[in-house]
Ligand binder design. Structure first.
Ligand SMILES: NC(=O)c1ccc[n+]([C@@H]2O[C@H](COP(=O)([O-])OP(=O)(O)OC[C@H]3O[C@@H](n4cnc5c(N)ncnc54)[C@H](OP(=O)(O)O)[C@@H]3O)[C@@H](O)[C@H]2O)c1
Length: 240
């Protein structure tokens, strides 16, 4: 019997993660899905019960390792983990509670999840980790400082693991997806610049992962913005 490939998508209850879960189900993978909203997980599972495996947990509760292990056991292995859970609010008043919520998920939980998965793949000798960071991680933000800084952490962390993987000579692939703006619950407001439908974004992400690319901008045109962000001098950037 041909073994099905196994993916876990952390943060599959809405947005990009939810779309990716549908694509992987459609392409014949076994799909482990997580998130806090159990109702959304059950709705997705109901569309193809034998294909989806549910694990309902809050990533900021410090039990990611345990939950991931349980889910991998239920799936019967793991080939790919996609980390899509993330949060960020506009925070013009620098309310620490908002900053902390972002750090708890995008930095602390991110680290626990990525490290557990890296070690799992290290033992297995092969595997692929994908995280959804952001174009925002390339520069600071006056209106959402912890969000952009947390995404910079993710980008830098993933680069570190890429170096570690290369030196270990294991077949561990690290894919950093950097979206621009995507039409999900997260991107609030109308008339946002170059905002892309989540379906289109998820399809592009799927192909980037398939190709085992190291970095992927979605949608593709955001590569241009990334290039600009990287070269704009600070004296101009701080006035923008
Ligand atoms: N939308 C954009 O324009 C954009 C741009 C650049 C990068 N991104 C990044 O893309 C990723 C996905 O975001 P999205 O746009 O798809 O937004 P979304 O629809 O709000 O999805 C966020 C996901 O994160 C999960 N999540 C939030 N808090 C969590 C927690 N404490 N524990 C576990 N899961 C949690 C949510 O599930 P529950 O609420 O059910 O827990 C949901 O599945 C994020 O990392 C975001 O930073 C988005």
């Amino acid at each position: 019997m041909h073994m099905k490939k196994k993916v876990i998508i952390v943060g599959a209850t809405s947005g990009i993660g939810n779309e990716l879960a549908k694509i992987y189900e459609n392409t014949n993978w076994l799909v482990g899905i997580t998130g806090r909203r159990i109702k959304k997980l059950k709705e997705l599972k109901a569309t193809n019960p034998s294909r989806f495996y549910i694990k309902n947990f809050d990533c900021t509760s410090d039990n990611n390792s345990e939950k991931l292990k349980e889910l991998v056991d239920e799936l019967g292995g793991l080939d790919l983990l996609i980390l899509s859970s993330g949060t960020g609010e506009l925070n013009p008043d620098l309310n620490y509670k908002l900053e902390k919520a972002t750090i708890d998920l995008n930095v602390s939980a991110f680290t626990e999840i990525i490290d557990w998965t890296y070690n799992y793949f290290d033992k297995q000798g092969v595997g692929q980790i994908t995280a959804i960071s952001s174009v925002g991680g390339l520069r600071g933000s006056g209106i959402a400082p912890s969000y952009n800084a947390s995404k910079a952490y993710q980008i830098n962390y993933l680069e570190g693991l890429r170096q570690k993987a290369k030196q270990s000579k294991k077949l561990i692939y690290i894919t950093d997806i950097r979206p621009g703006l995507v039409d999900t619950d997260m991107a609030k407001g109308d008339g946002l610049f170059w905002i892309a439908p989540k379906e289109k974004v998820a399809k592009q992400i799927y192909f980037i992962i398939q190709k085992k690319k190291e970095i992927g901008y979605v949608t593709k045109r955001w590569k241009l913005i990334a290039l600009l962000l990287k070269i704009i001098p600070s004296w101009i950037y701080k006035r923008m």
